[in-house]
Design a protein. Structure first.
Length: 84
């Protein structure tokens, strides 16, 4: 986008920008992927707090009704967290 277009979208929501710029058969989605917590900070609820905040931001700040999640099939700890 050029400077003029960027200014037009300065205060627009992600959904509004996507609706104007993407073809009608494509829509923007919120995706949570690559959530990492340092090994020394694990088992303290940090990942759950990060997930909750990401979900809140996607809904309240960005206007998404849902959020998709990517998790590696063998990551059992992550799958347990996301199933909560």
């Amino acid at each position: 986008l050029g400077p003029k277009q960027r200014r037009e979208f300065k205060n627009a929501s992600v959904i509004d920008i996507a609706n104007q710029l993407l073809p009608p058969d494509i829509s923007a989605v919120a995706v949570l992927a690559n959530l990492c917590v340092s090994p020394t900070a694990r088992r303290k609820g940090i990942a759950a707090k990060l997930c909750n905040e990401a979900e809140r931001l996607a809904k309240e700040e960005l206007g998404f009704d849902e959020m998709f999640l990517r998790v590696e099939a063998e990551n059992e700890a992550a799958k347990r967290l996301y199933e909560e």
